[in-house]
Ligand binder design. Structure first.
Ligand code: ATP
Length: 579
């Protein structure tokens, strides 16, 4: 609860006013039946219209106060719960933004979406309901019991049988509800993950004509959610009718027993009317309480899931960095005996004892078969993951000693999976430098060989990119991503297979431009084609996480068997295609 106090504190007045204002309804509900009995017993029996009018007037006044209190209570409970969930959602989103790559690997995107939306909505609902009913339901219960007891002690005995039975029923219902709600939320997760994946990859699905397969997969998760929801709803569905049955049986018992008392002249008619209303109110309050508990049970399942995010320890922070004010000035990179693995504590190392130095301004090519660890290696430079053994140094300082902001601001990485955002081309490029002028954008787009095709668009740099850059070609997207990275004017630039969709002639031009635009920047180029890296100052050849060769193209052609194999296989393929 301590954790959630900060979401209550700014709206404390609404949190207090809401239940207090709902108390007006309690007073009304307790007084109105008594006044009704007075009208029947005195006004109607004595045919005293003046008395009926006077008491009736008081009743109308109370009803108006009740309505005003009800509106106020509903307003403040809505305000408190909505503000609470808005702030909580903001903090969870912020926390997810801070997640390291490793943390992100542990949650599915669909699950995070469900937690940020549906789960928070459940929590909001229970807060709203609780604020409205936290005083009202117990108030109605206690007030009704006192009034009923004062009117007729014998009749109250009926409640002594009904209330324990109802409490038992509520307990059984709640015990069954919690695990079902928890299972239901997990099924919503699965559905969201599936929908998200299918929609993001709709093009791949269509090109592989897998629509039917995806539809079948969706049908299955949707059916599972339906079954999970029905399973949970069975409990909710049972609650109301059970309560109503108890209420009706009790009312009949009261009317039967009370009727006998009236016939025997031991009770005025008006008292029985009021008594019946009190009995209904008492049972209704129990019904409302069971609703709150049921909703709370669902919200507890959601709260548990929200807590999982808040409790996630961010495994990559700069809290203990020794040199937070340090800035990267040159961009020299050094790996000293670096080993790394994704699955911590297992035998398997993705990178094994990596050693190399990249001097400022050098171009380092990295080549190797797929899965050999190329991406994993470069991800250690901007600390997207931390090395498990050894040290990664930038300008002689361990990357763990920089503030993450300073380190990442000086490293630009064009990922294998290029992503652009909705918005114009200019807006996307300004991710690299939000203050970049139009001249800057054009200069960097020229270096990335993107200016030509951008200017051919009718709206040029103001062209709206579809979601994820869907209205530009793969090669164009790659060039825009490179331009965006160049605008960062990084000290270290990493291109992870990011010219794979660009033709060789254009790729050569991009590399040539780097020689002037990025003369002092240390460049890492991961590539599949030897031609992409053969002019590099140093080429690192990786195989199963180990460096099996390092040097210039000529040196490797002499000394590295793995490199020669790649070279000859690509040359033979080229000749075959040529022939
Ligand atoms: N997030 C991850 N979690 C667990 N294992 C991973 C993760 N990313 C990569 N791996 C594994 O680590 C190994 C090296 O992957 P990496 O992406 O570094 O290879 P790569 O040489 O860049 O491959 P490619 O040329 O296909 O991009 C692979 O066996 C891969 O399955």
């Amino acid at each position: 609860m301590k954790r959630y106090w900060r979401y209550i504190k700014p709206y404390l007045s609404a949190f207090i006013l809401a239940p207090l204002l709902m108390l007006t309804e309690v007073f009304g509900e307790i007084l109105l039946p008594k006044l009704t009995s007075m009208i029947i017993n005195n006004g109607v029996a004595d045919r005293d219209v003046g008395y009926i009018m006077r008491v009736g007037g008081v009743m109308i006044f109370i009803a108006v106060i009740m309505a005003a209190g009800g509106i106020g209570g509903s307003y403040f409970s809505s305000k408190a719960s909505i503000c609470f969930s808005t702030d909580l959602r903001k903090d969870i989103f912020h926390k997810v933004q801070q997640f390291s790559f490793k943390n992100i690997d542990d949650f599915s995107t669909g699950s995070l979406v469900t937690r940020l939306t549906n789960d928070i909505q459940q929590i909001q609902n229970v807060i709203m309901l609780s604020l409205r009913l936290m005083f009202r339901a117990p108030g109605m219960l206690v007030g009704g019991l006192i009034m009923a007891y004062l009117m007729n002690r014998q009749l109250v005995l009926i409640l002594l049988v009904v209330i324990p039975l109802l409490l038992l029923a509520i307990f059984v219902i709640l015990k069954a509800a919690f695990p079902r709600f928890e299972a239901m939320q997990k099924k919503i997760d699965r559905l969201n993950s599936g929908v998200q994946e299918a929609l993001t990859n709709v093009r791949v699905i269509k090109s592989f004509v897998r629509e039917d397969y995806e539809a079948e997969k969706f049908k299955k998760t949707n059916r599972e959610l339906k079954e999970g929801s029905l399973e949970a709803m069975k409990i909710v569905i049972a609650t109301m009718p059970v309560m109503m049955l108890a209420m009706n049986i009790t009312t009949i018992a009261v009317v039967w027993y009370g009727g006998n008392l009236i016939i025997a002249g031991k009770m005025p008619v008006g008292d029985l009317t009021a008594f019946t209303i009190y009995i209904i109110q008492i049972l209704m309050s129990l019904m409302l309480l069971s609703m709150v508990f049921l909703q709370a049970s669902r919200a507890m399942a959601s709260l548990k899931r929200v807590n999982e995010i808040l409790d996630t320890e961010i495994d990559l922070t700069d809290d203990h960095s020794a040199n937070k004010s340090a800035m990267v000035t040159k961009g020299k990179v050094e790996f000293r005996d670096v080993s790394f693995q994704y699955a911590k504590g297992t035998e398997e190392m993705v990178l094994k004892k990596i050693n190399f130095t990249a001097e400022q301004g050098e171009t380092i090519g990295i080549i190797g078969s797929t899965g050999s660890g190329k991406t994993s290696l470069v991800q250690l430079i901007p600390r997207l993951y931390d090395a498990d053994q050894g040290q990664v140094l930038v300008d002689g300082i361990d990357v763990k000693d920089y503030s993450i902001k300073n380190l990442r601001e000086s490293v630009a990485m064009v990922l294998q999976q290029n992503v652009l955002f909705s918005g114009t081309i200019a807006e996307n490029l300004r991710w690299g430098d939000e203050n970049a002028t139009m001249e800057d954008l054009i200069a960097m787009a020229e270096s990335a060989q993107a200016h030509g095709f951008v200017s051919s668009f009718t709206d040029g740099y103001d062209t709206d990119l579809g979601h994820g850059g869907s209205n530009v070609s793969g090669g164009q997207k790659q060039r825009l991503c490179i331009a965006r990275a160049l605008l960062k004017r990084p000290k270290i630039l990493i291109l992870d297979d990011s010219t794979s969709a660009v033709d060789t002639a254009t790729e050569t031009k991009i590399r040539e431009c780097f020689q002037t635009t990025l003369k002092d920047t240390t460049k890492f180029i991961i590539a599949q084609r030897i031609s992409s890296v053969e002019n590099a100052d140093k080429i690192i050849v990786l195989d199963e996480g180990e460096i099996v060769g390092m040097g210039s193209h000529e040196e490797l052609m002499q000394s590295c068997e793995a490199y020669q194999e790649i070279y000859y296989s690509q040359r033979d393929r080229k000749e075959e295609v040529g022939a």
